[in-house]
Design a protein around this ligand. Structure first.
Ligand SMILES: *Cc1c(COP(=O)(O)O)cnc(C)c1O
Length: 399
């Protein structure tokens, strides 16, 4: 029998494989533990502190009671949800998606991202992605054996901008796909019609596949969200990812989806069936009802978060941060240099003790960590009273 001492089979090499070795525990775990230990207000991780619409929650309860989705749902997702997603794409974006062949329901957008990359990337393929990245992108590209190639969004005039020449230069003969995210987490940038037109032209010219993460599609405060799949030449090469987590404030339900042309969606399904196979049965029925809520729900969610963005942005500016006011998402990025600070990691580790607030150092979202060093991200998807208290506490920094 194996014992705990002596050289075992694990002694000769590290346990975690080399693809994942660079990804330790996420910063969110560290910072949330710090929030719990110090009683600080957690503006680190982006989850709402109130539940979403009552009728959607009731629909989930009803589905469980009625025995809908309590056993394995169909692999592509329950037909009711696929129909609702198809209707949603037409109603909000004017896009036509086939509910039978063009939609795959996943365990959150997270699984949609993982399954898409595992399905489409060969070892050695390059994946071009906007940096700073949502944290799962780099790990999923690595698990697929791909190489990530960052194109850095640059802060300028109070917002982050994509340099289209830099994007063009990043594409090589080994580029398999573009991995985009708009509205963009963590910077809050919403890609414009001009930028998306240029990206689409480039994807067509270089014959690239595109995965576009649009989970914040309903959270645009300035300008508008334009799905990349609606641009010329994009329909046949684009997988669009979204999720009920952010749109309905039920991040724990893990209902996401990917839409696109049949061949691409079929490929993603090949990977997805061996990850979770299926998930979130009863919640799928509930999300179908959510997607059919009247426009007032979607505009109400957005208007509420816009006020919260403004409240937190103003408070952060008063406290002495330079603020990059986001056009969309749950997050505001700040520059700590006006406070006499340089290092976001150190700053975030001390912040709970200094004034009882938790934030996330943007450096964790970069390969080029130095690019993100003096930036710190705060989430504003919290109750107004919580944000007011956080702003009061942060005022201490102004001295
Ligand atoms: C929250 C988030 C996700 C993950 O969505 P889930 O549905 O919770 O898995 C994916 N991408 C971005 C950009 C996000 O902010």
């Amino acid at each position: 029998m194996a014992t705990m001492d002596g050289p075992g089979p694990h002694a000769t090499r590290p346990l975690l494989n080399r693809r994942l070795a660079e990804f330790g525990t996420t910063i969110f775990a560290e910072m949330s533990a710090l929030a719990a230990a110090t009683g600080a207000i957690n503006l680190g991780q982006g989850f709402p502190d109130t539940d979403g619409p009552e009728e959607v929650r009731e629909a989930a309860i009803r589905a469980i009671r009625d025995g809908r989705g309590n056993q394995y749902p169909p692999g592509p997702g329950v037909p009711e949800l696929r129909t609702a997603i198809s209707e949603h794409q037409r109603r909000f974006h004017g896009l036509t998606v086939d509910p039978d062949t063009g939609i795959l329901v996943t365990a959150g957008a997270t699984e949609a991202i993982a399954a898409s990359l595992l399905a489409l990337v060969e070892p050695g393929d390059e994946v071009v992605a906007l940096e700073p990245y949502y944290d799962s992108y780099a790990a999923c590209v690595a698990m697929a054996g791909g190489h990530r190639v960052p194109v850095t969004l640059r802060p300028r005039d109070g917002a982050y901008h994509l340099d289209l020449d830099e994007l063009r230069d990043a594409i090589t003969d080994r580029t398999r796909l573009l991995l985009l995210n708009t509205p963009h987490n963590p910077t809050g940038t919403v890609l414009t019609r001009e930028e998306l037109t240029a990206i689409a032209a480039l994807a067509v010219e270089r014959d690239l596949l595109v995965i576009t993460d649009e989970v914040y599609e309903h959270l645009v405060f300035d300008g508008e969200h334009l799905p990349l799949a609606g641009f010329p030449g994009m329909r046949e090469r684009t997988l669009t990812i979204s999720s009920a987590g952010k749109t309905f404030s039920y991040t724990g339900w893990k209902v996401g989806w990917v839409t696109g042309p049949a061949e691409l969606v079929t490929a993603v399904r090949s990977a997805k069936q061996f990850l979770t196979y299926v998930a979130s049965g009863p919640f799928q029925y509930a999300v179908a009802e959510g997607l059919r809520l009247p426009d007032a729900y979607f505009t109400g969610l957005r208007d509420d978060l816009r006020l919260k963005r403004d409240l937190l942005s103003a408070g952060l500016a008063d406290a002495g941060f330079a603020v990059y006011r986001p056009a969309g998402t749950y997050f505001v990025t700040t520059d700590i240099r006006p406070l006499g600070e340089e290092d976001g990691f150190q700053f975030c580790r001390k912040l709970p003790e200094r004034c009882g607030v938790v934030a996330i150092p943007n450096a964790v979202f970069y390969d080029h960590r130095e690019q993100g060093a003096p930036f710190v991200r705060f989430a504003f998807c919290k109750k107004e009273a919580v944000l007011r208290e956080a702003v009061d506490r942060l005022r201490k920094l102004a001295g």
